[in-house]
Ligand binder design. Sequence first.
Ligand code: KG4
Ligand code: ZN
Length: 343
Amino acid sequence: MTKDKNDVYILAIESSCDETAAAVVKNGRYVLSNVISSQIALHTLYGGVVPEIASRKHIENIDGVIDKALEDAGVTFDDIDAIGVTYGPGLVGALLVGLAEAKALAYALNKPLVGVHHIEGHICANYIQNVEFEPPYVALVVSGGHSHLLHVKDYGEYEILGRTRDDAAGEAYDKVARAIGMGYPGGPKIDKAAKNGNPHAVEFPRVFLEDDSYDFSFSGLKSAVLNHINKEKMMGHEINADDIAASFQKSVVEVLVGKTIKAAKEKGVSRVAMAGGVASNSALRDEMSAQCEKNGFFLNVPDPILCTDNAAMIGSAAYYEYVKGVRDGLDLNANPNLKLGER
Ligand code: KG4
Ligand code: ZN
């Protein structure tokens, strides 16, 4: 690996939820390695992420994941210019493992430390996917913990247009999947089941809220699905899980796409981006792509592996902070409720 003298190599660490991840990213755009150790199989046994188990597993895995990230990239610590790390939002015990590791490395190696907002990382996955993709654009960020509609004016400059008032989109997927007996994580399972179901089988509500609002609300939809299941069961009917999955998904997708297109028109941008675990949903990708084409917007969507949690996206976000001169001290603390745009 020959490194140009102007190249910036970031070693990035992500441990905010149930993936222990490390990556080496060059100049915010080129992924030299992207190692993800997923704990999903373990948490599936409990029907969701168990925070205490997540923290313990991060501790067990993190050193090996970082070693592998350096090895895959063909670099050593000497080649690294800065350590990027997610410091919020997320599970506090999980965040602390990655953050303590990053601080220890920054101190021992005498390298700068750059704290990254997890959602900012998700957004930056778009810069890795497409090295020419640039602000301004409207971004739909839909993950297990967050649903945001943003106007990204410049690197690191966000106007929050709307956010969820209750459940995040991924949370709604996970809860509905549990109700129809599909287990955790629900998103990919509903995605698959919906392909065999009729999206018009049950007309679930489309919750657009007030005309001028870009906020989301998914808890009413989740209740509508639960009520439907209970009603069917009380009447002695078999429930068709595939039909429910397809109908639920149609309602979610219509609202997410409808609000994104409206925001893109209102903000006068020519580009739209998606990010977060739910952005790997095939129906959402298809519908967003069709509507963007119809309305003349360029759509950028990261590959599914870059939509769900990973450290490459954190390496990209850390790069844009690093070149702006952002440096964090060793007193940087985990912030489980960190707001976007806040430091
Ligand atoms: O971004 P992410 O990996 O973690 C958080 O930051 O939360 O998102 C995880 C969420 C889970 O709720 C999962 O069910 C959902 O993303 N998800 C999906 C799909 N793949 C993952 N939701 C719908 N369709 C998918 N294919
Ligand atoms: Zn995430």
